[in-house]
Design a protein around this ligand. Structure first.
Ligand code: CU
Length: 120
C-alpha cells in the first residue's frame, strides 16, 4: 500500500514539474496561420495573445479595446518599429506589411499587456 502511495506521489511531482517547467504556455496550442484577426484588449490580456502569420504577406489586426485604463491605450510591436494608439470602446486596425520572418512581441507601452507574433 505504501508503495502505491509513493508511486502516486512521484507521478504527481512529475506532473507538477512538467506543468510548470517543461510545458511552455502559448506553445501548448499552436496558433493557426492567419492574415487577419481581431484581438480583444481587456483585463490586462490580449485575446488571442499569440498570432501566427506568414512572412512577406500583409497581416491585419483589429484591436478591440475594452479596457478604459491608460495602460491599454497603446500597442507597440517590438522589433518592427510599429506602434498605434487604441481608442477605448473602438476597434483600431493595424496593418503590417511585408513582415520579415521572426518572433516579435507586442505589448502596451508599460509592457503589462503581452502578446507574441510568430512570422514564418
Ligand atoms: Cu500597460
Amino acid at each position: 500500500m505504501s508503495i502505491l502511495i509513493n508511486l502516486a506521489g512521484i507521478i504527481l511531482i512529475g506532473l507538477i514539474i512538467w506543468w510548470f517547467w517543461l510545458s511552455q504556455p502559448g506553445r501548448r496550442k499552436a496558433a493557426s496561420v492567419t492574415s487577419e484577426t481581431t484581438i480583444i484588449v481587456d483585463d490586462g490580456v490580449y485575446t488571442p495573445a499569440l498570432v501566427h502569420a506568414r512572412a512577406g504577406q500583409p497581416l491585419t489586426l483589429h484591436f478591440d479595446r475594452r479596457d478604459p485604463s491608460p495602460c491599454a491605450e497603446q500597442v507597440v510591436f517590438h522589433g518592427l518599429d510599429v506602434s498605434e494608439f487604441l481608442d477605448n470602446g473602438k476597434v483600431t486596425t493595424v496593418t503590417l506589411q511585408d513582415l520579415p520572418e521572426g518572433e516579435y512581441r507586442f505589448t502596451c507601452q508599460m509592457q503589462m499587456y503581452q502578446g507574441r507574433l510568430i512570422v514564418d
